[in-house]
Design a protein around this ligand. Structure first.
Ligand code: SF4
Length: 371
């Protein structure tokens, strides 16, 4: 099983994964086993007698059973952020998606890949002091999986819209891009520069070039597109909308209001990143490459453009001084949850021209990385 070189993770008990997510679908056999163990009585102890699973439409439109939210968190989450199911009956009693999070597995022509989901609220801390991910592959392999492991075997891999590489060529290119990523001094390099250097290297590998991007204009265009989606989501709110979903959309919408004040020469109003934040963002970039985020983005360069946009959100965050990893995580985790929505993904796809500009080198130069 492949992991990102140097990747680390361990649970920091932040409880973020049990909040602000749709919690399901839960396997019917897990629901039956929990009922047999006495989950009804446990929930009555925690929050009063009530159903703890509710039927909702799942990701594919099919109805499934989802854990109920109470005050924005899972009905089983204890005040000290522990899981009551885990505490009482052990980790194996939990629904499969709870056991699997934050691992994400997929299969590519080289075998299995294991990455950590960027939505993990403890990733910014655990990538510093966590356990090596390479030592967790047996554990991750043994976990129950709700769905077959996704396969990455497209006939062609999009680098730019309409410009692709064969799967074999992409796998060779991915290897060299990851080697370039690994060679970067992650404490010193600006993550956007690394992303743009990788974009230039990938585009050159397919015989194309990227014209300089109008970075400020493109970032503001994507921000505006995201604000439109958020406003549409807010307008669609009904009394049935769960409070946590309402809060998530409203909080995320605030991110799009904060624009970086830019002079003609650059980004004067942008906050600088601490060394640890640069390293955290580099980790997210490496994970996005190995984890094939290009599939959801509709292409490799668009994926890098989205990463640059995320760096822009981080740099425009409220506060003073250098952005700490915790501040960056506080911006990125809700954004990633917001963006994990078909309507938002659709809008991001429509914003591809702006994302390509974000991934292109701006007028000032960026280092060259040879694949
Ligand atoms: S069942 Fe436990 S691990 Fe799963 S979402 Fe609820 S509190 Fe979290």
């Amino acid at each position: 099983m492949q992991t990102l070189p140097g990747a680390k993770w361990s649970c920091h008990g932040c409880g973020a994964c049990c909040r602000d997510f749709r919690l399901g679908p839960v396997e019917p056999e897990v629901v039956a086993a929990l009922k047999a163990r006495g989950a009804d009585a446990l929930v009555a102890e925690l929050s009063g007698p009530a159903d703890w699973v509710v039927p909702e439409a799942g990701p594919g439109g099919e109805t499934g059973l989802f854990l109920r939210h109470v005050d924005g968190h899972c009905v089983f989450l204890l005040p000290d952020n522990r899981c009551a199911v885990h505490a009482r009956w052990g980790g194996e009693a939990k629904p499969g998606f709870c056991q699997e999070f934050p691992y994400r597995r997929l299969r590519d022509p080289n075998g299995e890949v294991l990455v950590i989901r960027a939505e993990c609220g403890g990733l910014h801390a655990s990538h510093v002091d966590g356990d090596p991910l390479a030592a967790q592959t047996a554990l991750a392999s043994a976990l129950p999986t709700l769905r077959p492991t996704p396969e990455f075997r497209p006939e062609a891999v999009a680098i730019l819209p309409g410009v692709g590489a064969s799967l074999a060529d992409w796998m060779a290119l991915e290897r060299s891009l990851l080697a370039c990523w690994e060679a970067v001094d992650a404490d010193a390099a600006e993550p956007e520069d690394t992303a743009r250097a990788l974009a230039r290297a990938a585009v050159q590998a397919v015989g194309r070039s990227l014209p300089p991007g109008r970075t400020a204009l493109a970032a503001d265009a994507v921000r505006e597109a995201m604000r439109m989606v958020a406003n549409a989501a807010i307008a669609q709110e009904t009394p049935a909308t769960e409070a946590w979903q309402r809060t998530l959309v409203r909080q995320t919408n605030l991110l799009f209001d904060r624009k970086i004040a830019r002079s003609a020469e650059g980004s004067d109003g942008a906050r600088r990143l601490s060394e640890a934040t640069k390293r955290y963002l580099h980790t997210l970039l490496g994970q996005a490459i190995l984890g094939k985020h290009l599939v959801a983005a509709g292409g490799f360069v668009a994926m890098l453009g989205r990463f640059v946009f995320e760096c822009d959100l981080v740099r425009s965050s409220a506060g003073s001084g250098q952005v700490t990893p915790a501040e960056a995580s506080a911006v990125l985790v809700p954004w990633l949850r917001f963006a994990d929505n078909p309507m938002v993904l659709g809008m991001l796809r429509r914003a591809t021209p702006a994302l390509l500009e974000l991934a292109a080198p701006p007028a000032r130069d960026v280092p060259t990385i040879a694949p």
